[in-house]
Design a binder for this molecule. Structure first.
Ligand SMILES: *Cc1c(COP(=O)(O)O)cnc(C)c1O
Length: 471
């Protein structure tokens, strides 16, 4: 089969996630056939640097034989058995132990799921169950953040603050509220009606104050938990001002409210520590994980549970009526375990913190000099560029689609960089080399130049045909 054959069948039968089905049908999908290291290859033979590590997950890069071997061996030995009904198997037990050793000291239990969304469904059930067991069943509200992302199941979508998701499919889960996100560039600096001359740190404290106001509005005795990503991923690689997390911690310490830190992206080395919570000095009661846990080779997620909640669920809870057929699936657990062993043996996390993270930061910051870039930020191996109109220095009207144009030009130039509106984001495999970071930078700069050129010729259609401009 050739690309057009795949595209025809894809159009005829396949509904893609987060996709305008009709528009994609007209354009045709790109067919990715194989990958190695930090590169993916499409069916036309183009080699493309994957600046997104798949979907924030292929942390060890593609083509790791050790992970393939771990899956193969486990599939031969025991392809499936469940963890219900008082049974388990070696990979699930070993992975649980390994995770609890890597996690902050007070997190000593894990509940396995098949994905990050299921992990957040589990979180919602656990926090409400916890408070019911504590004799406070009225503590049910969970506070998330606008533009936060916690997955696409009904609970994940409800906990997240993605307005377009809330706009489809009717009401979400009741008793979930959202507060302002600590997005300095978008809502502090360029937010409507903002105080002039405010600095990012004052804005960070203001966001924490908004959380406190929401707790008071709902009633402290009604609020079960606050959920947040250490750095927002899908929302646009939003790195909070330094003042934000300490101020949030202080608010949560004042009231009896659980902290849920969604580590699905930040966990497993992305920020240069095993968990984003370590980077920011957080002490979460619950930590949903997924993505980089298996470097994306097989689907697996989970919730790391702090002692306070775990002891209550264990000692006072009786049966917890919750679980998934694939909770702790043996092959997925075996791959995740091997993935974590390799990360430890190869010092991947320290390398992000001490070597490639700082290297990327230095190169990435230089892109701020480009006329289209209003801000270039990064932390560890996550980064974002804010595109602005060079004439005014202001953000573009998002309807112009400048971010998506830049993304398409990146792809055409051999780089996967994603756009969230007019915010360009990267999250490359953690094993990326200096030379590959250099290549990423050259391609990003070339795409920015090409975007600028397109903007100067308004008659050109904004979305380039993939085929016409590929190398
Ligand atoms: C991707 C993501 C999820 C959802 O994970 P899935 O495996 O897609 O269900 C949840 N939280 C965060 C922070 C994510 O980035």
């Amino acid at each position: 089969m050739q690309t057009p054959d795949y595209q025809r069948l894809d159009r005829a039968h396949h509904l893609h996630p987060f996709t305008d089905f009709k528009a994609l049908g007209e354009e045709g999908s790109r067919i990715i056939e194989r990958a190695e290291g930090v590169y993916i290859h499409d069916a036309e033979g183009h080699r493309i640097l994957d600046g997104m590590a798949g979907l924030w997950c292929v942390n060890l890069g593609y083509g790791r034989e050790e992970l393939v071997a771990a899956a193969t061996e486990q599939l031969h030995r025991l392809p499936y058995y469940n963890n219900f009904f008082k049974t388990t198997h070696p990979p699930a037990v070993k992975l649980a132990e390994k995770l609890c050793r890597l996690a902050p000291a007070h997190l000593n239990h894990v509940f396995f799921t098949g994905s990050g969304s299921e992990a957040n469904d589990t979180v919602l059930r656990m926090v409400r169950r916890y408070w019911a067991l504590k004799g406070k069943p009225e503590k049910q509200w969970v506070i998330g953040r606008e533009n936060g992302y916690h997955g696409s199941t009904v609970a994940g979508m409800s906990l997240g603050g993605m307005a377009p998701m809330h706009g489809q499919g009717g009401p979400g889960v009741p008793k979930i509220a959202h507060v302002r996100q600590p997005y300095w560039f978008g809502e502090g600096r360029f937010g409507e009606g903002r105080p002039a001359g405010q600095d990012p740190e004052a804005f960070g404290r203001e966001c924490a104050a908004a959380l406190e106001a929401k707790i008071q509005e709902l009633g402290e005795d009604q609020v079960a938990a606050f959920i947040a990503e250490p750095v927002q991923g899908a929302g646009g690689a939003i790195i909070p001002p330094a003042s934000y997390w300490p101020a949030v911690k202080a608010v949560l310490a004042k009231y009896d409210i659980l902290l849920v830190v969604d580590e699905v992206i930040c966990g497993f080395g992305r920020l240069g520590e095993w968990f984003g919570s370590v980077h920011y000095g957080l002490e979460p009661d619950l930590m949903p994980i997924a993505k980089g846990l298996s470097s994306g080779y097989l689907p697996i997620g989970g919730v790391l549970v702090g002692d306070r909640v775990a002891e209550t669920l264990i000692e006072e809870g009786g049966e917890f009526f919750h679980g998934f057929t694939y909770s702790g699936h043996p092959a997925c657990a075996a791959v995740a375990l091997r993935n974590l062993e390799l990360m430890e043996a190869e010092g991947v996390v320290q390398r992000v913190r001490d070597d490639v993270g700082p290297y990327l930061a230095e190169r990435w910051a230089a892109l701020a000099g480009h006329p289209l870039v209003g801000e270039a930020r990064s932390l560890g191996l996550i980064g974002a560029l804010e595109l602005v109109d060079p004439a005014s220095g202001e953000r573009f009207d998002s309807a112009r689609g400048v971010g998506p144009l830049c993304r398409d030009l990146c792809f055409a130039g051999g780089l996967v960089m994603r756009s969230v509106g007019d915010t360009m984001i990267i999250s490359p495999p953690l094993v990326i080399s200096h030379a590959e970071i250099d290549e990423l930078m050259e391609k990003a700069r070339a795409a920015l130049d090409a975007t600028l050129a397109r903007l100067a010729t308004p008659t050109t259609p904004t979305t380039p045909k993939q085929e016409e401009s590929l190398p």
